[in-house]
Structure formats: C-alpha cells, structure tokens
Design a protein around this ligand. Structure first.
Ligand SMILES: Cc1ncc(COP(=O)(O)O)c(C=O)c1O
Length: 457
C-alpha cells in the first residue's frame, strides 16, 4: 500500500462538501433537531453526557437490533459506533435479552452478592490468567480502583500515564487526555495538562505523562523519579486516538521498567477488552499486567466495570485495607448479562466473524491506493480506524498533523449514507460486531469509495 505519492486534498472542497452533508443531515433530522431544543431545557446540551453531543447535533437513538440502529426520525444505520465500543455482541442479542428477562423477574438489586458474580470472575480469570476480581459500574470506576490500589500498595503517589489517553473522568487520570499543541509542552518533557476545570488543585503534580510507543521516554521518567512512582496505567492499544497499535516489545518493556523500579503496571482494557480478541489485549499481545480494568463490552450493554489482578496486586483489596466499594457493584442484572455474554455470546469462535468482517473492510485499503488518498487503515478484532495520514499514527502528537475537517466530513458522509460511527473524528476508532453481515460491511466500503472519489477528484 501507499506506493505513489498521496494526492493533496483540497480543503476548500472539503468545506463545501461538509456544508452540503450538514444540510442533508438536518433535513433528515427534523424531529431530532426539535427534540434537542426541548431537551435543552433540562438536559444541558440536550444530552446526558458531553460526549453524546457532536456537531452538528446529537443523534437521538430510538432502538437497536443486531448490527443496526434507528434514530428517532426513523433513519436506519449500520452501527459501528456500538455505544462507544460496548456492543460487539450486537444490539438486543437473544441470549442477553433472555438472561436479563429472567433476572429482572427475580429482583434486580440487593447490594449483596448473588451467585452470578463468581462465574463471571472465573471467566475473566480464564481469559486473562489473573485470579482476583471485583466489579463496579463503569470504566471510570475500574481505572480509579487501579490508581488507588497502585498507590495504596506501593505507598507512593506519582502515576505515569500515556499522553493523549482517556481513562475515565476521575481526577487522577483526567490529565493530558487531549492536550492542545499550545499547552502540551516539549515532547521529551510534556506538561501535565488538566482536561477540565474543577480538578483538585495539585492533581497534575501527581500524574505525569510519556508519549506512547517510546520506551526510552518511559525509562527516562523512571530513572528520574522511580522511587516516587506508584505505577503506570496504559491502554495497550490507544483507542481514542484512532487506533494506535503498540510496537513489538513496547508493552513488555513498560512492564519491565515498572517492576525494576518497584512500581505496578496496569492495563486499561475498558475498550480493548472483549473486542480486540477473546482475551483482550492481554491475549493479543501476550503481556500480563499486575492489574487490569475492564468495562464496556463486559456487561453487554448494562453498566459495568471490573478490576482484576494478580494475588499480589490485589493484596490490599483482599485484606480490606483498600475499600473497593459501591452500592451497585456486582449488580445482579449486570452479572446475569455478563455471564451470558461471556459463556454464550462472546465465545472464542465468535471472534472468527470479526476476521471475516475485517477481510471486507480491508477493501478500503484498495480504495486508498486507487485514489491516492493521504490515509491509512488499522484493524484489530472489532476495532478499526482510518488515519487521514499516509504514515500511520504512532503516538498522540501525530494527530496534530491531521486537519480535523477531513475526518469530520468522512464521519458525516457515512452518517448520511446509513453508517453510524462514533463521533470524535480523528480521535475515535470504530467498533464492528460479531453480527455484522457482509452487506453491512460493504456499505461502509462503498460509502468510503464514494467519498474518496468526491474528495480526490
Ligand atoms: C480507554 C477508556 N478507559 C476508560 C473509559 C471510561 O469508561 P466509562 O465511560 O465507562 O467510565 C473510557 C471511556 O470511553 C475509555 O475509552
């Protein structure tokens, strides 16, 4: 791929096409636009999370079935958004519906353990090799637990994270999530940039960042501040910067440097878990961390989170020194859905379908070549992304080189032609599902080709 020089995309044309696409979208979304105005009276922005709103307006979903969703205007889409990477099993999967229906009738909340939590933990152990598990309700809770356990276990305070990764909305990790070029500081000594106002003063003193895929940069931080570092949390594949795969040996190298300095090593597998492979990134890259945070796809669409670890890493939780708590932890409805999901739906064989889906998606690479687009594609299990750059994105700062207008047009283009992808343009990866049909996938490729022809001419 990528033999000939890439064509130069005319950004004036991109802006013109974008205007046309926004007008076409508005026309299809008369009810959504009016609903948004009503909703704004009580829901800031008309939404329940800031990330449900993306220009030109939020997509108000009515229902989903299998690989498809319908908005409140009645438009139908093939779903590659999949609830920000949750619904790799597809919407309203019959096995999940059945498990939830059965459990609902038996009571949905006691704040006491029910018998489904143990088989879920056993499945997680089988997939990761990590023996101990606790549950929560979101990815945020799971990575919060990881940070707290690392600090409590080591008696140190400093956390190392990767520049340009999101781990949820708690203070310790809301640092340098998507720092602007003007704020980020030098690459070899990045600033710790607060992602939002309202963090506890001094938060950024206790979280430092390094670029992804640069082992030397991590080694340098550990050499300088190793005795202060509680641990490092890393998304083994960056999924909120397109899809950035780790270089060979990088994750192993990070684990080694953490352990050499008496620090802990945690994976945030909130998005990679159950999507990139049956055993998540732990299986895909053969690296086992001390702690792992899961959420999203685990609960098959119910709110969930899990923190797992080695016996040593979970020592403080086992001894109850660290209170890993929550009224809804191990909620019976969530556990019933997770159990059915792991036992009957996201089984090993199901992942073969993702390979078939990716074989079709790879036709986008032919399109890139044919039209000489300044683009490249990455795929891993259910995850994929097109980087609007010939050189694949290798770390967060590479994204600054991409003009936002092109991926925004690409997103709108797909939306207007029946493909719903996560908004967030160049930041977001897509998620396909084990129930996507060949036709669903071809729709993506056809739309992409039509876009290529429109912008490369
Ligand atoms: C990598 C990663 N970690 C953690 C989270 C936080 O998960 P949640 O939104 O369930 O709190 C997200 C959310 O998108 C995420 O992408």
């Amino acid at each position: 791929m990528g033999g000939a020089d890439a064509v130069q995309i005319d950004l004036g044309l991109v802006e013109e096409l974008t205007k046309r696409e926004v007008a076409a979208l508005d026309e299809k979304h008369a009810k959504s636009l009016s609903y948004r105005e009503t909703a704004k009276a009580h829901l800031p922005g008309g939404v329940s999370s800031s990330w449900q709103s993306w220009p030109p307006h939020p997509i108000y979903v009515d229902r989903g079935l299998g690989s498809h969703v319908w908005d409140i205007d009645g438009n139908e889409y093939v779903d590659y958004h999949n609830g920000y990477g949750v619904m790799v099993m597809g919407h309203a999967h019959p096995k999940i519906v059945e498990a939830v229906r059965t459990r609902v009738a038996l009571g949905t909340h006691f704040a006491q353990p029910t018998e489904d939590a143990l088989p879920v933990a056993e499945h997680l152990t089988e997939r990761t090799g990590l023996p101990f598990w606790r549950f929560g309700n979101s990815g945020t809770e799971a990575t919060l637990d990881a940070v707290r356990i690392m600090r409590a276990t080591t008696g140190r305070d400093l956390i190392v994270k990767i520049e340009g990764t999101y781990h949820g909305h708690h203070d310790a990790l809301m640092v340098s999530v998507f720092p602007a070029e003007a704020d980020a500081g030098p690459r070899d000594n990045p600033n710790s940039v607060p992602q939002t106002p309202g963090l506890i003063p001094g938060t950024t003193d206790w979280t430092t960042t390094v670029p992804f895929n640069d082992l030397e940069a991590a080694q340098k931080v550990f050499a300088q501040r190793g005795d202060e570092i509680a641990g490092m949390i890393v998304e083994p594949v960056m999924t909120n910067a397109g899809l950035v795969l780790p270089d060979d040996g990088y994750l192993d190298g990070l684990k080694e440097v953490c352990h050499t300095h008496g620090a802990m090593f945690a994976f945030d597998e909130v998005k990679t878990g159950f999507t990139v492979a049956w055993g998540g990134a732990i299986e895909a890259f053969g690296v086992q961390p001390d702690l792992v945070a899961f959420a999203k796809a685990l609960g098959a669409g119910l709110p969930c989170g899990a923190i797992g670890g080695t016996e040593d890493a979970m020592r403080k939780v086992i001894s109850e020194d660290v209170h890993q708590v929550g009224t809804f932890n191990g909620n019976p409805l969530t556990m019933a859905a997770a159990k059915a999901n792991l036992e009957e739906v996201l089984v090993r064989d199901a992942y073969r379908r993702l390979d078939e889906v990716n074989d079709i998606l790879r036709r986008c690479e032919d399109v890139i070549d044919h039209y000489g687009l300044p683009a490249s594609m990455k795929l891993l299990g259910a995850k994929g992304a097109i980087d609007w750059s010939r050189a694949p994105i290798h770390e967060y700062r590479d994204l600054w080189k991409i003009d936002d207008r092109i991926p925004q047009l690409a997103w709108l283009w797909q939306l207007n032609r029946g493909v719903f992808k996560s908004p967030g343009s160049k930041w977001e990866s897509w998620t396909s599902s084990i129930v996507h049909t060949d036709e669903d996938v071809q729709r993506y490729v056809d739309n992409f080709e039509e876009l290529a022809s429109a912008i490369a001419s």
